[in-house]
Design a protein around this ligand. Sequence first.
Ligand SMILES: *Cc1c(COP(=O)(O)O)cnc(C)c1O
Length: 391
Amino acid sequence: MNRNTDFIPFARPSFSKEEEAAVLEVLRSGWVTTGKAATELEQRVAEASHVKHALAVNSATSGLHLALEASGVGEGDYVITSPYTFTASAEVIRYCGAHPLFVDIEKDGYNISPENIERAAASADSLNGRIAAIMPVHVGGETCKRREILAIAEKAGAAVIEDGAHLQPGPLLTDDNSILVYSFYATKCITTGEGGMVITNNDEAAARMKTMRFHGIDREAWNRYRAKGDSSWNYDITAAGFKYNLPDLLAAIGTVQMDRADEMLKKRQDIAARYDRAFGSCSQLKIPESCRESSRHLYILRIVPEQLSIGRDELISVITEKGIGLSVHYRPLHMMSYYADKYSLQPQDFPEALKRFENSFSIPIYPDLTEEEISRIINTILNTCSRYRRD
Ligand SMILES: *Cc1c(COP(=O)(O)O)cnc(C)c1O
């Protein structure tokens, strides 16, 4: 690493004085667990997303688990999903005793292919279990082909649970009946440190998730303690629920992040536009296909292997050495030993996912990147590509 310059991390959250003040207010209020700050955040996200129900949870992983449980996914069921994702998408399927049925991503993108979903759904008879749900992932914040997927699911009688961990809360579901889960993890578009939000228009699923989110208790803790004249001990347990509620201490940060969400999105869009211009004419690289709908959570570059004298891994090492933090989204799940061993999967089973994994790397894109840092990222990558150009 160049000693004259500081390392630019791959991701960094953006906080202002407002987030600090919001946390202090909760600390001093005497109520730090789930209460009115969580309710306020839920209302903000429900408004932004134009949905009936928004449920704050302590992680997107918890939210995805709640969504599957509320959709009736159980022992021996199958859930069609993408191998091109973070393990959370598939591990929650295992929590339910169900199995992920991986299908490959699209020919030229990073999202699950509706054609492949349809083919998998059509072959359901050969499975020793039903296809209970489909879980698409909006990779990098680029919305997947959800209209087509919703139609396939309806025909197959399967629920749709959308992994929206890379999305920023906004209108998407309109009047659909699917369940979508946002992540507020430290690296995501808006963050509460750890946290997430489940949104849906499905009343029945929302009611079930509300109960299961907090121990299977039939009423919210906050109501229990606050309701005048009622006793906090007077509640019933209707199921063996989970402990997935989001504390006010974190929710308060989320409301401020929601205030700043549009401004932060604009910053990421501006950075993406600069990257597009800078790398668009570099023959060693392929820029992401422009997508106006994207939250721009990730900026994934692809190498053109024929044009480079070094491989992707070595390219990452060289650029990292020069002080730029990079990442890879993703080493696909079918290439992770747990899934590979359990379901006897080979890297070539999902050739598009394999190709994308081998050629892609993600570069920093977050609102607090300075002009100087953006220039350094661009120059370092372009210089490295030209140094290793294949003649
Ligand atoms: C981050 C992430 C999750 C999990 O989010 P948490 O809030 O950390 O549980 C799930 N799916 C994808 C695609 C992610 O990137």
